[in-house]
Ligand binder design. Structure first.
Ligand code: ADP
Ligand code: MG
Length: 240
């Protein structure tokens, strides 16, 4: 689904991603963790060209990432993304948030888009809020809407960038439960998160990043019980 070969990126002089090699196979669930500023968001944002890399190769669903707008659009159609701060359209209702891209990008008729949106809103258990505006919902509810909205584009892979770190503790579980269900249904997922319980439950692999590099990569069991690098050990000792 995703392949990165020797990917490097700079913000001006700052070398933010260094020689990144990694892949996500169809159906795999991967968790990325690491200290703040280590390049986790930058890495996943490169996958749908929200950020541009300067060196190396990124292939998403068999499509080689270039500057070509058509290719970028093609890649974006297969990639769903959920952000830390939800990024819902505040002036649209929950239902409209879920219908706008299917109608405008996929050219679905309104009725069909709405029916599909209601199915996904039911799956994240928020269908009864469909006519409300995002500002009328709790953070946990907004994040579930954001997940439903992404699913409405029928993505092949879902990217999550710290989806629970802006939430109050009592709302984290309702969002993680939705993500666990998605994983159980076979969705390919790449999640930046520090929810290590989630990582242990669903991840096939955990990746640790520091200073723009992938330092360590392993199945959850050895990753948590027997981390190899000192930097990983230090990081885990601080968050567990
Ligand atoms: P993480 O998600 O792991 O916290 P980021 O990918 O957001 O890390 O950022 C990695 C580094 O790049 C940080 O030092 C951050 O300050 C810097 N950075 C992020 N975005 C930009 C930008 N648009 N311009 C310049 N520097 C940036
Ligand atoms: Mg980040």
């Amino acid at each position: 689904m995703v392949e990165m070969r020797n990917v490097n990126k700079w913000y001006g002089d700052f070398h933010v991603l260094r020689d990144i090699y990694f892949e996500v196979k169809r159906g795999e669930r991967i968790v990325i963790c690491g200290p703040s500023g280590s390049g986790k968001s930058t890495l996943i944002r490169c996958i749908n060209h929200l950020e541009e890399h300067q060196k190396g190769e990124i292939v998403v669903g068999g499509v080689h990432m270039t500057q070509d707008v058509k290719r970028i659009e093609q890649i974006r159609r297969s990639v769903g993304m959920v952000f830390q701060h939800f990024n819902l359209f505040p002036h649209l209702t929950v239902l409209e948030n879920c219908c706008i891209a299917p109608m405008w990008v996929q050219k679905k008729p309104r009725k069909e888009a709405e029916a599909q949106a209601m199915r996904y809103l039911e799956r994240v258990q928020i269908a009864e809020q469909a006519r409300k505006y995002p500002g009328q919902l709790s953070g946990g509810q907004q994040q579930r809407v954001a997940i439903a909205r992404s699913l409405c584009m029928n993505p092949d892979i879902m990217l999550f960038d710290e989806p629970t770190s802006a939430l109050d503790p009592e709302m984290i579980k309702e969002v993680l439960d939705v993500m666990i269900e998605l994983a159980n249904e076979g969705m390919t997922m790449l999640c930046v998160t520090h929810e290590m319980g989630f990582a242990k439950t669903v991840a096939d692999r955990v990746i640790f990043m520091d200073q723009g590099q992938i330092i360590e990569e392993n199945a959850p069991e050895p990753f948590f019980n027997n981390p190899q690098s000192e930097r990983t050990q230090l990081f885990l000792s601080q968050i567990l």
